[in-house]
Each structure stands twice: as structure tokens, then as C-alpha cells.
Design a binder for this molecule. Structure first.
Ligand SMILES: NC(=O)c1ccc[n+]([C@@H]2O[C@H](COP(=O)([O-])OP(=O)(O)OC[C@H]3O[C@@H](n4cnc5c(N)ncnc54)[C@H](OP(=O)(O)O)[C@@H]3O)[C@@H](O)[C@H]2O)c1
Length: 285
């Protein structure tokens, strides 16, 4: 059985590969990367490295030859070639190569999500389903690491604003999602859908956790979209980036990342890192 992980040089991929190698021998594991030099530096020795950019379907067809199971890590949005096209290339190449099973890092509750950030993932889930390959959707909620600016502000005793209101977010550490993904890859009968994430909490509760960890006094203040946007612009963000961040806060306020599920601890075989410990871990990196 040959296992491949694509986008393997990213933070997620590197952790997933190391976890996979606990279960399968290095000779059965393949890293698919767009930058071979980087892969040689950051990936464990002994693993086969194959080059393919998601924008290059021909290279993907070559790289996926002989692969039985693929952990397909989603691309980064905002490239010259749309993420939809990149993902379509991966799915079509996998199908053409006879890949049996594909686990795809998707979006929380993708069936019902409406945000801009979810649309590429919804599209990708659809084409994977239509492809006829066996699949698992690893619907990752939100990496705690995404909130680094809030964690750092709190740790410095500085106030910060947010527009997500009482929206709850299922934070977990990126490494927990990545280990979960690798574990799903080695299951004999994986489920079609995993809703991965931590116990959903509000920004106010996240702030409380940062206070507990740091002993600092500060305020994470709930404000309107307009005030939040202005605050970003005053801090030096351009209008387009500010609008993207506002969209993410709206997505959180609308509850898109509020998915209560035990899928992640169930797959990991243990409880997730408690929020205060997770905050400590991220701040200590
Ligand atoms: N749920 C969440 O909270 C959340 C948060 C952040 C990201 N994500 C998603 O999770 C994925 C993995 O996260 P991460 O932390 O590992 O991100 P990362 O560290 O930025 O790594 C992204 C990976 O994607 C690869 N990549 C980008 N464009 C590519 C292309 N055109 N063809 C092939 N590979 C390409 C990168 O290759 P190089 O190493 O060569 O740059 C890298 O390996 C992200 O790509 C994103 O879709 C989810």
C-alpha cells in the first residue's frame, strides 16, 4: 500500500508525514511537493519525494502514479491560478491514476457553509464525490495558530478588537488536526466525513484563556464590522486585506466554525489539549 501526502512541505504536511511514518514504513510513503529543495530540508530522510505543483496536472499525474491513498492538503488561496482549478487538477489526476482513496482537508460543516472561504472547499468536496473515488472529508474548523495576533496582543497586555460577536469557534492546534489526518489515512474503514475541531468558544472566552495563561490585563472588545475594518486600516492593512478579515469575522459570527463534534479526540484517541495549555504552547513557540 502506497501512501502519499501532497503539499507536504507546509506546517500541516510536515506533521502529517511524521505521524504517518509511525504507522507505515518510509518505503510506502511519498511526499508530493512543489519545491524539492525545501522538501529535502524539512522532510524526514528515506521518504520518496515527487515534484508536482497543483497548477500542473501533467506533473500531478506523474506524481500520483502507483499511489493507493492520498492525503490531499488544500492549497493556499490567492494564487495566480484559482484554488478551484488547482484542486480540480489534483482530483482529476488522482482519478486518472486509479488512486483508491483520498482524504481531503476541508471546511467545517461544508454542506451548510456559505462564507467566501468555504466555497473552494465545497467545490472540491463536490468533485471528489462525483469522481467515484473513496474519500474522507477532514473538515477542519480553525487552527488556534490563526489567532496569533490576538494571543500576542494579550500576552503584551494590549487591547484588541474583534467583530465576531458571540460567534463560537472550534479552535484546536494545527498539529492536532494534522495528526488526526494522518491517523485517518491508516484506518481500514474511515468515515466519509470528519468534523474536526475543538470545543467551540467565543473570542471573549479565548481572551479569558490568554489572561489565565499570561496574568496580563487587557480587553478583547467586540465592535461593529466598520469599526473592526477601520482598526485594521489604521494598523496598516490595505482595504482588500481588511475586507477579507472582516469576511472571516462575519463567518465566525454566523457560527460557521461552531461545530460541536468529538471526531478529532475520537480519532486521536485522547482529549484535545485544553485551551489554556494550547494558548501557552503557541505563545511559547
Ligand atoms: N482551518 C484552518 O484554520 C486553516 C488555517 C490555515 C490554513 N488552512 C488550510 O490548510 C492548508 C495547510 O496549512 P499549512 O499550515 O500547512 O499551510 P502552509 O504552511 O502555508 O503550507 C501550505 C502548503 O501548500 C503548498 N502549496 C501552496 N500552493 C501550492 C501549489 N500551487 N501547488 C502545490 N503545493 C502548494 C505549500 O508549498 P511550499 O512549501 O512550496 O510553499 C505548502 O506545502 C492550507 O494550505 C490551507 O488550505 C486551514
Amino acid at each position: 500500500m502506497k501512501y502519499a501526502i501532497s503539499a507536504a512541505t507546509g506546517h500541516f504536511g510536515q506533521i502529517a508525514i511524521r505521524e504517518l511514518l509511525k504507522e507505515v514504513s518510509a518505503s510506502d510513503a511519498i511526499a508530493i511537493v512543489r519545491n524539492v529543495d525545501k522538501a529535502k530540508k524539512v522532510l524526514p530522510e528515506g521518504i520518496e519525494i515527487r515534484q508536482a505543483d497543483y497548477t500542473d496536472k501533467g506533473a500531478l499525474i506523474k506524481a500520483l502514479t502507483g499511489v493507493d491513498k492520498l492525503l490531499f492538503i488544500s492549497s493556499v488561496p490567492g494564487g495566480d491560478v484559482s484554488r478551484e482549478t488547482q484542486h480540480q487538477n489534483v482530483v482529476e489526476a488522482a482519478k486518472e491514476d486509479g488512486v483508491e482513496y483520498l482524504a481531503y482537508t476541508s471546511f467545517a460543516d461544508a454542506d451548510n457553509a456559505k462564507s467566501a472561504l468555504s466555497s473552494d472547499h465545497k467545490f472540491t468536496e463536490k468533485i471528489i464525490k462525483e469522481s467515484g473515488m473513496k474519500y474522507s472529508f477532514l473538515r477542519n474548523a480553525w487552527y488556534l495558530e490563526n489567532e496569533m495576533s490576538y494571543l500576542k496582543a494579550g500576552a503584551a497586555g494590549e487591547d484588541a478588537v474583534y467583530a465576531a460577536g458571540d460567534g463560537k469557534i472550534g479552535f484546536a492546534l494545527e498539529r492536532e488536526y494534522a495528526v488526526g489526518a494522518a491517523k485517518v489515512m491508516t484506518l481500514d474503514s474511515a468515515k466519509n466525513v470528519y468534523e474536526f475541531g475543538g470545543k467551540p468558544v467565543t473570542y471573549a472566552e479565548l481572551g479569558q484563556a490568554v489572561k489565565e495563561v499570561t496574568g496580563k490585563q487587557f480587553e478583547f472588545k467586540s465592535v461593529s464590522d466598520a469599526e473592526y475594518r477601520q482598526n485594521l486600516i489604521d494598523s496598516g492593512f490595505d482595504e482588500m486585506t481588511a475586507d477579507i478579515f472582516v469576511g472571516m469575522q462575519d463567518m465566525m459570527r454566523d457560527g460557521e466554525l461552531d461545530v460541536a463534534s468529538t471526531d478529532l479526540p475520537d480519532v486521536l484517541g485522547h482529549e484535545l489539549t485544553p485551551l489554556t495549555d494550547a494558548v501557552k504552547e503557541v505563545l511559547n513557540r
